[in-house]
Design a protein around this ligand. Structure first.
Ligand code: SF4
Length: 339
């Protein structure tokens, strides 16, 4: 029977470096993961951009075509529908993400359509036999510039930008440079992380061969540790969000109630974040609608929504609670019959 080869990619190596046990749950035991909005959002943007560059003419599609394609390729897994909004309207988390994805693609379009050219490669999957293991991956895009030089581009859909130290230690770019050499026999002049949310590129020149070799050796060591069965848990700041924390000896330790409460807590934290975002959007809209006289922020603790009568008839307004009490007191005094 053919021996099953160990396959390692940038993602699986990163998981192992963060926590070997999480790697085992995910890649050896293949336990199911929970779909998240962030993953679906990222996948949808990647698919839309793949389509954007995959035509056979040197002219870009229109923005409208790109946005329609986004709708068509949208991944709906992992979104929750929250019923909120003070008007009783349903606010859909998926719609919110989709609107954000449209904004991101619009900014990308205006920055990139004017210099549009067909890439050398798009979403290129590779699988390289390195003896002890197979190095796999997917390169988002390779551009060939008019001067004949090459640029490898990787799209990122996370919010947080990397620090310089993280970029120096990162394995992804060396892996891509190595793969480009093996697959096409080229050395890229530029390697770019394209952060789609802020529409910002982080580029570096081609890496020296020593850095590439060091990175490949780092992966070789990890391959050896995996083959020897080293899967110890490693507590880290992302443990509360780990899909497998109910299986993890560090987290559960025979206390299922604690685990279940921890999961509910994290779930509520996520929901609170979403509600906070909705609240600030609503406050902005209220501020816009109410014009200059409205205070800059509406603190629900300090304000009450009241029905008031003015020259224009009845309307609804937030009134500072203290002021409201004074008005009521005064009204009661006025209405109290004098002897
Ligand atoms: S909960 Fe933390 S320590 Fe446990 S497997 Fe997940 S990442 Fe590793």
């Amino acid at each position: 029977m053919e021996e099953r080869r160990l396959k390692l990619s940038y993602s699986s190596v990163s998981v192992y470096e963060k926590c070997p046990l999480q790697y085992k749950f995910l890649y050896v035991d293949k336990l199911p993961t929970i779909p998240t909005p962030a993953l679906s959002f990222g996948e949808s943007l990647h698919s839309a951009l793949e389509w954007f560059y995959s035509g056979d003419t040197p002219h870009p599609p229109t923005l409208q075509q790109l946005l329609e394609k986004l709708d068509e390729l949208w991944v709906s897994e992992g979104f929750q529908c929250l019923r909120a909004d003070c008007h009783g309207n349903e606010i859909d988390q998926e719609e919110k993400y989709k609107a954000h994805a449209r904004e991101v693609l619009t900014a990308f379009y205006y920055a990139n359509a004017p210099n549009f050219r067909l890439p050398l490669a798009l979403e290129h999957r590779f699988s390289l036999d390195l003896g002890e293991f197979v190095l796999t991956g997917r390169i988002d895009r390779v551009d060939r510039h008019p001067d004949g030089s090459y640029e490898i581009i990787d799209y990122k859909t996370n919010r947080r930008l990397p620090t310089l130290d993280q970029l120096r230690e990162d394995l992804q770019l060396p892996i891509y440079q190595f793969a480009a050499g093996e697959i096409w026999g080229i050395t890229p002049a530029k390697l770019t992380f394209y952060y789609l949310l802020p529409n910002q590129r982080y580029s570096t020149g081609g890496l020296d061969s020593e850095r590439v070799e060091k990175s490949i050796n780092r992966i070789r060591e990890i391959a050896q540790r995996i083959q020897e069965g080293h899967f110890q848990p490693s507590r880290n700041p992302l443990c509360p969000w780990c899909d497998f924390n109910q299986h993890c000896p560090l987290m559960a330790q025979g206390r299922p109630e604690l685990t279940s409460l921890a999961r509910r807590y994290v779930d509520l934290l996520r929901r609170r974040k979403l509600i906070d975002e909705m609240m600030s959007e609503l406050a902005e809209r209220l501020n816009d609608l109410w014009g200059e006289d409205l205070p800059h922020t509406i603190e629900e603790e300090d304000f009450s929504l009241c029905r008031v009568f003015s020259d224009d008839g009845w309307s609804y307004q937030f009134i500072e609670s203290k002021a409201r009490e004074e008005i009521i007191e005064k009204k009661m005094e006025d209405e109290t019959p004098t002897e």
